[in-house]
Design a protein around this ligand. Structure first.
Ligand code: SF4
Length: 260
């Protein structure tokens, strides 16, 4: 499988898709991604959407939210809604609450994912009030996916993650394997142990996406990534072991490294 081709928009997020409201993306049948904003708390050098943010349409008005909700309602197979961007928690509580409650009101929607880096980049944003609001307006359907790359970042996320978990919101981490940042077995193991001790479930470790310039700067060779996974798998239980995967534009699923 060719993982080398890079692009500024590998997942086609700038291209309008016929039949989809602006700001709604659908790569997999049961899931949709809502581009809620193009703002983030940080400007990560390894950002997959670095060429997309600021250019892709966002769902930033009640009318646009309603258009997306109506589209999901008409497509009953959709059960999982990702509130992404940018970072949805750069919006105020009222706007986040409107998004969450609008999708949670659909019986078919079982999972609403808050994709955020706030617990690391702006821990004070994740207040007890926000956590309680997400639990209430989300009708128990909200999960938080937090982008965490190092044990030091995980330690920064301890208190905000605890506020979410204590409010009944499961928290998981998504990590990008980055050259020079977390690409040693010991660093990865420390990250995974720190996360699980903080009640953050390690979910995915991604190979760098095929975005122009990123793979060259941050990419970790496949064989090295496999050795890191093996080292971790031999030392921690399944609960703390994420799936090491590549997300390829042509694929209908995340690809485990051992079949690449
Ligand atoms: S937080 Fe995520 S979306 Fe925002 S700049 Fe970083 S990688 Fe990109």
């Amino acid at each position: 499988m060719n993982t080398e081709t890079t692009s500024t928009d590998p997942f086609g997020e700038l291209k309008p898709v016929r039949g989809l409201p602006p700001g709604l993306r659908r790569r997999f049948p049961d899931r949709v991604l809502v581009m809620t904003t193009d703002r983030c708390f940080e400007s990560c050098a390894h950002c997959t959407r670095k060429f997309v943010l600021g250019h892709a349409p966002v769902v930033d008005t009640p009318e646009k939210i309603e258009a997306c909700v109506e589209w999901v309602r008409r497509h009953g197979v959709v059960r999982d809604v990702l509130l992404s961007g940018g970072d949805v928690l750069t919006l105020g509580d009222a706007d986040v609450g409107r998004l969450v409650s609008s999708f949670a009101a659909l019986d078919q929607v079982e999972v609403i994912r808050i994709c955020t880096r706030a617990p690391v980049a702006k821990p004070e944003r994740v207040t007890r009030r926000l956590a309680r609001m997400l639990a209430r307006e989300g009708r128990g359907k909200v999960w938080a996916n937090v982008h965490i790359n190092t044990a030091e970042e995980a330690r920064r996320a301890l208190e905000p993650a605890a506020r979410l978990v204590d409010a009944g919101i499961p928290v998981s981490s998504q990590t990008v394997l980055l050259r020079g940042v977390n690409d040693t077995p010991r660093k990865m193991l420390e990250l995974l142990r720190t996360l699980s001790a903080e009640r953050i479930r390690p979910y995915y470790v991604f190979q760098c996406d095929p975005v122009a310039g990123l793979a060259e700067r941050f990419g970790v060779p496949l064989e090295k990534a496999k050795k890191i996974e093996e080292y971790c798998a031999e030392r921690i239980g399944g609960l703390a072991l994420p799936r090491f995967v590549a997300d390829l534009p042509c694929s209908r699923r995340k690809i485990p490294l051992d079949i690449l």
